[in-house]
Design a protein around this ligand. Structure first.
Ligand code: SAM
Length: 387
């Protein structure tokens, strides 16, 4: 039967190493999988450091979920805040954390081993380099806490991959990812994700604003701008820039309240709507999409980019800012973290720079180019121009 033999042939050709590179890699893989070679590499002085490093990487992968939960315990107990001003003893922390003494000791030891805390003289514990950096990034605590939802969805990763979970925790957390009736949301439905986005915005806003001088424009409209945390950072950088925010009607109410509270209400015009159903208002010569495009599947994302292109005047600019896939040095962030995150959320994907550039061209932008950012793991930026 020709069909059967063709398909068997196809399978064989996939399995048979087809190039020198494949053959060399196959030899390497056989060596690495061999217990005898592993024992040799661990004993031989020249390979021992490599063997130890690889063993650590592999075991960090196996145990990483525990490390994340140790961090969650530190966040929930506000351990870093307790040590912000001065190191403390176990007894002191036992009282402040309201834990049994043995549990305090266990947590402190775990946090030290992960670089979150460090041992100080006199049996005291203080911040470690990572704990101090964590405190310096307000919003990371909100991010770690919201991972409790993601963690539930990851309990059975194969079921997640097979699409066997009827409703995921992350799709409930981001209700706009799964419904067409976004106009019906009440404040409770959007409060948690809006708070998370506002809390984590300071980690990225300055990188975006360092990458592109927004003050050369007259009006910036932030689409999907949430509570307005990005525009708040813009307001400080560009005192003469007019600011507009487009988001779901219930979300722009939150932005209005925020700008009222911080005395910036006179700087902001809000437009409530659904960017799939309602036209995007015209009038801005600069539009930003910050952490928006990756939330959506390809057809929807292209629709949005076309609508943005149509709303911009000649000479107008779009800034597209979000973490992107295959960012050198941050490959696991795009492929592993966001790969599974968007799967659990129910839509969207992290895209490579070249994929976004192609989408922007399809959407009608005359040119598009990536702009360098300081920490691309957190955010990359593309500038697209109308002509
Ligand atoms: C991931 S959040 C990003 C918020 C903000 N840009 C930031 O980076 O902090 C996505 C935002 O898009 C808004 N959004 C989602 N779908 C929308 C739609 N169809 N129309 C208008 N806004 C939408 C959400 O309400 C939310 O504020």
């Amino acid at each position: 039967m020709p069909l059967a033999s063709e398909s068997i042939g196809a399978v064989q050709s996939v399995r048979t190493p087809s190039s020198w590179r494949d053959r060399l890699i196959a030899i390497r893989d056989r060596l690495l999988a061999s217990h005898a070679f592993q024992r040799f590499a661990a004993r031989f002085p020249l390979t021992r450091p490599i063997a130890r490093r690889k063993a650590k990487t592999l075991f960090d992968l196996c145990t990483g979920f525990v490390h994340s939960q140790v961090l969650l315990a530190c966040v929930q107990l506000k351990l870093f805040e307790h040590l912000q001003d001065a190191p403390a003893t176990i007894d002191d922390l036992t009282e402040r954390l309201d834990l049994p003494r043995a549990s305090t000791e266990r947590l402190l030891q775990a946090a030290c081993s992960l670089g979150l805390l460090s041992r100080r003289g006199g049996g005291r514990f203080g911040l470690g380099e990572l704990g101090a950096a964590f405190l310096g990034n307000p919003g990371l605590d909100a991010m770690v806490e919201h991972h409790a939802h993601f963690y539930k969805d990851l309990q059975d990763p194969v079921a997640l991959l097979r699409g066997e979970q009827s409703e995921t925790a992350l799709s409930r957390y981001w209700p706009y990812s799964g419904t067409d009736n976004k106009a019906d949301f009440n404040d409770e439905a959007v409060a948690d994700y809006s708070h998370l986005m506002a809390a984590t915005q300071p980690m990225i806003a300055s990188h975006i604003l360092d990458a592109y001088p927004v003050r050369n424009h007259s009006c910036l409209m932030d689409i999907g701008g949430g509570e307005g945390a990005f525009l708040e950072a813009v307001a400080a950088r560009a005192p003469d820039l007019n600011l507009r925010l487009f988001d779901l009607p219930i979300v722009v109410e939150r932005a209005k309240r925020r700008f009222d509270m911080n005395g910036l209400a006179h700087r902001l015009v809000v437009d409530g709507g659904d960017f799939y159903k309602d036209p995007i208002p015209t009038g801005a010569d600069l539009i930003s999409l910050v952490r928006i495009v990756h939330d959506h599947d390809d057809d929807e994302a292209l629709h949005l980019l076309k609508a943005v292109r149509a709303a911009l005047p000649p000479g107008g600019v779009l800034l597209l800012a979000e973490p992107m896939a295959e960012t050198p040095g941050a490959e696991a962030m795009g492929a592993a973290y966001f790969g599974f995150y968007f799967l659990a959320m129910g839509r969207g994907r992290a895209r490579r720079v070249d994929e976004l550039l192609a989408m922007l061209r399809s959407a009608g932008f005359a040119s598009a180019e990536p702009l360098p950012t300081q920490i691309p793991l957190l955010v990359s930026v593309i500038k697209a121009t109308v002509n």
